[in-house]
Ligand binder design. Structure first.
Ligand SMILES: [Fe+2]
Length: 336
C-alpha cells in the first residue's frame, strides 16, 4: 500500500526547518504571530520579519515578507545535516530534471532552492545563525507559547506518487489514510516524531498549513482566546479538537493573509527501525477521533499557493465529509 522507503537516502534531510510567507501588512502579521501564536522576533527590517518559537535556537522558523501579492508561500524549508548534503542534493535534483539553484538567504549558511516533481518550492540549508532559546524567559512569553515549528501539510495531485518521491529521500510514514486501496493521506517524518511533511490530495502545489507545537493543552485555548481579544475571532477555523492520526489536541488558526497555522501539543516518537506505519480507513474516520465535528469545507479546499507556480488539478477530486455535508445529512434525517 505504501511505497518502499530508502532508509539510506542519497542525502540527509533531518527536519522541517522554516517557511517563507508573503504578507500584505507586515505590522499586522507580526502582531498576529507574536501576540496570538507567541513567536519571538529574531530580526526585522522594513520589508521582512524573522521569527522563532520559544524553544528554537536557530534564527528563524517563520519569515514574513511584505508583498503586494500577500498571501503566498515563497518556500518551505528543510534542514540537511552536513553542508556536503547540499552538494549531493543539488546533483540529485538536477539529475532528475528538477529545479536546483544556489541562493543567498540572510542568517543562513549555504542555501539551495529545489522543487519537488509537483512544483512545491523548497529551500534546503545545513546551518543558520543561532540565538538564545527563550523558553525560560517567562517575562517575555506571549500568545499560545509556540515552541517550535514541527511540520507542513501540502496538497498533491496524486498522494501516492509524491509519497514515493519523499520515501526515496528517506521520509517514513508514521500513519496513513486510505480509502478503497487509494492513499489519501501520507503522514511522513524524518526527525523521529510523527511528522515533518503531510501529503493530502488537492489542487497543487499548495501549502495547507504549517504547525507549531505548544507546551500544554490549555495553551491551545489561550491561542483561541487571544485570537478573539486581538481582533481575529473568525481566525479560529477548526477545533480545538483531537486528531485521529497522531492523536494530538489541535486548533487551526487563519492568519491575516489567509495562511493556516496549526497549534498542537506534540507527538509520539518513531525512530526505531521496526516501527510500522498505522493505517486509517477514511470510510470509518472523520479525521477527529471519537468526538468533535467535521471540518468546514474550506478547511479541505482553501490553502496557500506557492508564488509563481502554476496549479494542477488532483487526479481524483477529494470528497471528504465536511461540517456542511454533516449538518445537511442530519437535517435530512430529522425530516424523515
Ligand atoms: Fe498538521
Amino acid at each position: 500500500m505504501l511505497p518502499a522507503v530508502n532508509l539510506r537516502p542519497a542525502f540527509n534531510i533531518t527536519r522541517t526547518s522554516h517557511v517563507i510567507l508573503t504578507v500584505a501588512d507586515l505590522r499586522k502579521s507580526r502582531e498576529f504571530y507574536t501576540d496570538v501564536v507567541g513567536l519571538v522576533v529574531s530580526d526585522e527590517d522594513e520589508n521582512s520579519c524573522y521569527l522563532r518559537g520559544l524553544a528554537e535556537a536557530c534564527h528563524h522558523s517563520l519569515v514574513l515578507v511584505q508583498s503586494q501579492d500577500g498571501g503566498k508561500c515563497r518556500r518551505i524549508g528543510f534542514r540537511v545535516f552536513f553542508d556536503e548534503d547540499l552538494d549531493i542534493a543539488y546533483q540529485y535534483f538536477r539529475g532528475r530534471g528538477l529545479p536546483a539553484e544556489w541562493a543567498e538567504a540572510p542568517y543562513q549558511g549555504r542555501t539551495l532552492h529545489v522543487s519537488d516533481p509537483i512544483g512545491t518550492r523548497i529551500e534546503l540549508c545545513a546551518t543558520m545563525e543561532t540565538r538564545q532559546r527563550m523558553y525560560l524567559h517567562k517575562e517575555k512569553h506571549k500568545g499560545a507559547y509556540a515552541q517550535r515549528l514541527d511540520h507542513f501539510q501540502i496538497h498533491a495531485p496524486d498522494t501516492y506518487a509524491l509519497c514515493a518521491f519523499y520515501s526515496e529521500l528517506g521520509f517514513r510514514n508514521s500513519e496513513y489514510l486510505t480509502h478503497e486501496d487509494k492513499l489519501l493521506g501520507a503522514f511522513m517524518y524524518r526527525k523521529g516524531t510523527c511528522l515533518d511533511l503531510a501529503i493530502v490530495p488537492g489542487l497543487a502545489p499548495r501549502l495547507h498549513h504549517l504547525a507549531y507545537t505548544v507546551p500544554e493543552a490549555h495553551d491551545i485555548f489561550t491561542g483561541c482566546d487571544l485570537a478573539g481579544i486581538y481582533g481575529y475571532p473568525s481566525s479560529v477555523e477548526r477545533g480545538p479538537g483531537r486528531h485521529g492520526p497522531g492523536g494530538m489536541l489541535f486548533v487551526y488558526l487563519i492568519d491575516p493573509d489567509g495562511h493556516r497555522v496549526e497549534l498542537f501539543n506534540s507527538h509520539y516518537q518513531t525512530i526505531d527501525i521496526e516501527i510500522e506505519p498505522v493505517r486509517w480507513d477514511a470510510a470509518t474516520l472523520s479525521t477527529n477521533v471519537r468526538w468533535g465535528l467535521p471540518a468546514l469545507a474550506r478547511w479541505y479546499s482553501v490553502a496557500t499557493e506557492f508564488e509563481g507556480v502554476p496549479l494542477t488539478e488532483p487526479v481524483e477530486k477529494p470528497n471528504p465529509e465536511t461540517l456542511e455535508s454533516y449538518i445537511r445529512k442530519r437535517e435530512e434525517a430529522a425530516q424523515g
